[in-house]
Design a protein around this ligand. Structure first.
Ligand code: NAG
Ligand code: NAG
Ligand code: NAG
Ligand code: NAG
Ligand code: NAG
Length: 636
């Protein structure tokens, strides 16, 4: 199954003065967003190209080389030749794609949103939504927890004011502007389940944009109005007081965890949703959550674990909440953005993936974390504020049954997810840079090496690449496994190879990865193009070309390694589940002198082990550094 997990490449931000076009300084306000700089810039971004057919076919055969047998490759070669021959079906589909590209802003984005996300029927928790682990906070009690939550809410509102006034720092990559569209989909939006496919609603451009966030504590949801009537945001102090009121009126812990319904298989939840919102009160409560700017989950403390396991436990708390006994019911998984703050200092967030990739989320996180560090909060005059509204749910026996089923399924998912979050503290981007290698390519090659050492073969590897250089661009796939990476990992532990040979092979593999990356961010990778040709065949009601029914195609799309580099300035790490039942999900944030990793796998697969791959990765990184250092020394 295609899953659109994840992120893009390092995006440089150019800070621009926070001054409106009129020259007047902008106040954070509720004013409806006016199409301004970002949207005008949108118009001048180039359109995503459709790569040439022959190029994609050749590159497809090249990526298969390290992952399928020679016989299979031979067979596939024939199918591809047949597909791409002059006057053949490939050319016809290609023309269809080119037509689509002329008629739309982006030939891919709507298809991608539908196939990768809204038609994906597995639960969004674990299978689709990424989490982010923030550095552990010092607080040890609920006052500290609420104070931090209040600062965090204020920080997001501060970021929102840049979105509303269209003054977000524009991002660029290699001197080219990036599409800023995703930023406008993160707040005030929510996924809505359907019985066959889902949809996404957003209220940021509605006539009456929302002025509230939802807060959930002990499975009970509240709406918290975060703006004064004059449009100014509440101060941290004010938000704190409101959170305390919420806390005090949600002390009972015996409430039905309605939110856990959102963790179900999408068809199941789609059915349960229809029955839930038949009741008018329920419908209004659900609407209030969907419409809110974002959600804040005040989590109960989780079981204590050793410092070594703590990071991994928090990663799991972000991804699924720990099960029905713990915080899994303290979520609305359909909500695009949910910050999570535990009483024990664990912090982070989870986001629903249909709206955005990692980078916009990370730049929001960087902004918010900075904001929470601003020394002390200003004391504001205490104007009495209304009590935040509790959202009521009428639980019929039928809904109660759905909740019980959801609890069971969630607990199965919780048991199945294996997650290891590690900090690699020996070095970061500094070492590869010293040896003139791309840090991302270096880390990817270490991952290839670790995998090869475990399985003695290599596998299809997905690394997301940002297509944001193009209008409405999302992602394509960097295929990190190449014939050059295979040669390198084979040579690395081969005593008949000299260090100099090994270094040459590493350099070659790193260059191949760089080249593929460059190709991908310029819209010339193969994965989305092949998907487009396939969807075009479906749209044209053409019989499915054999090339897409070939085993090699299934192998190519079976990503045992699903990876993403998600850089942030904040010392944090993103995490997500594997893309396939027998695979791994690996995410990393390379800092200058250390790297934070998360590695996930499923316990139900006997062949995979997150701990083992994580330590293999550390070993591979160290071995590669030693190789470079020894060889360089020898040269001197
Ligand atoms: C919100 O969704 C509507 C309908 O899907 C869409 O027309 C609108 O452009 C979206 N607004 C934003 C800010 O993306
Ligand atoms: C919440 O309850 C605590 C303890 O009973 C009390 O000290 C505090 O004043 C209450 N806060 C609000 C805002 O009602
Ligand atoms: C956070 O603050 C630091 C120091 O004040 C600054 O250098 C950095 O650019 C800020 N980052 C963001 C994303 O605002
Ligand atoms: C990886 O993928 C292949 C199928 O493409 C499968 O046979 C293999 O067992 C997978 N899992 C692992 C852990 O290698
Ligand atoms: C969120 C997280 O795990 N951050 C860690 C990244 O690595 C550094 C240094 O090794 C740790 O200090 C952070 O806690």
């Amino acid at each position: 199954m295609l899953c659109g997990n994840m992120l893009g490449l390092l995006a440089k931000t150019m800070a621009l003065p926070v001054v409106a076009r009129s020259g007047r300084l902008l106040k954070p306000v509720l004013a409806a967003r006016v199409p301004g700089r970002c949207l005008l810039r949108q118009e001048v971004l180039p359109k995503l190209p459709v790569p040439p057919l022959q190029q994609t076919c050749e590159r497809y055969l090249a990526v298969l080389e390290p992952i399928v047998s020679e016989e299979e490759l031979q067979h596939t070669r024939q199918l591809v030749e047949e597909f791409a021959r002059a006057g053949g079906v490939g050319e016809r589909l290609q023309k269809g794609l080119e037509r689509r590209a002329r008629k739309t802003d982006n030939w891919l984005s709507e298809w991608w949103l539908q196939t990768a996300y809204l038609e994906f029927r597995m639960p969004v928790a674990v299978y689709s939504s990424p989490g982010v682990v923030l550095p552990r906070q010092e607080f040890q009690d609920r006052q500290g927890q609420m104070r931090y939550a209040a600062k965090l809410i204020a920080g997001v509102l501060d970021f929102k004011s840049m979105i509303d006034s269209d003054t977000l720092p524009l991002e660029s990559l290699g001197g080219k502007s990036l599409c800023m569209n995703q930023y406008y989909h993160v707040l005030s939006s929510c996924r809505v389940p359907g019985t066959k496919r889902d949809s996404v609603v957003n209220y940021s451009t509605s006539k009456t944009p929302p002025t509230h966030v939802t807060v959930v504590h002990n499975f009970q949801f509240f709406t918290l109005d975060v703006y004064n009537s004059d449009g100014s945001p509440l101060t941290v102090d004010q938000i704190y007081m409101q959170l305390e009121k919420i806390w005090n009126s949600s002390l009972q812990t015996n409430k039905e965890p309605v939110g856990i319904l959102t963790s179900q298989h999408r068809n199941t939840w789609g059915k349960a949703y229809a029955s839930l919102i038949k009741d008018k009160t329920n419908k209004e409560s659900v609407r209030a959550i969907q419409k809110s700017i974002f959600t804040v989950c005040l989590d109960a403390p989780m079981p204590r674990v050793s410092d070594e396991l703590y990071r991994s436990r928090v990663a799991m708390q972000m991804l699924h909440g720990g099960g029905s006994r713990w915080n899994s019911g303290n979520r609305w998984f359909d909500k695009t953005l949910q910050f999570i703050i535990g009483e024990d200092g664990s912090c982070g967030l989870i986001y629903e993936h249909a709206a955005a990739e990692g980078p916009p989320i990370m730049s929001l996180v960087d902004h918010v974390v900075n904001y929470t560090k601003k020394s002390e909060m200003v004391r504001s005059p205490m104007i009495p504020l209304p009590m935040p509204q509790k959202l009521r749910f009428n639980i019929t026996p039928e809904i109660k049954k759905d909740i019980e089923k959801a609890k069971q399924n969630m607990n199965i998912m919780v048991h199945d997810l294996d997650m290891k979050a590690i900090m690699f503290s020996h070095f970061g981007k500094n070492v590869p840079k010293l040896h003139k290698m791309s840090p991302d390519a270096f880390i990817q090659m270490a991952l290839q090496l670790a995998y090869f050492r475990m399985y003695h073969i290599c596998c299809s590897t997905y690394e997301s690449a940002s297509l944001r250089m193009y209008r409405l661009g999302r992602t394509d796939t960097i295929r990190s496994t190449s014939i050059d990476s295979l040669r390198f990992v084979q040579a690395m532990d081969d005593p008949s190879k000299s260090n100099t040979e090994k270094v040459e092979m590493l350099e070659k593999a790193v260059r191949a990865h760089r080249l593929y990356t460059d190709m991908a961010i310029h819209g010339q990778a193969i994965d989305r193009h092949l998907l487009g040709l396939k969807l075009q065949a479906i749209e044209d009601l053409t019989s499915m070309p054999e090339m897409f029914m070939d085993t090699a195609y299934a192998v190519a799309l079976h990503y045992n390694l699903s990876t993403s580099q998600v850089p942030a300035k904040t010392d944090c790490v993103m995490c997500f589940g594997p893309m396939v039942p027998d695979g791994y999900g690996v995410c990393y944030n390379p800092m200058e002198e250390h790297i934070n990793f998360s590695v996930s796998a499923f316990n139900s697969c006997a062949e995979t082990n997150a701990n083992k791959l994580a330590s293999g990765l550390e070993e591979a990184l160290l071995d590669m550094r030693d190789l470079l250092e020894q060889t360089t020394k020898a040269k001197l």
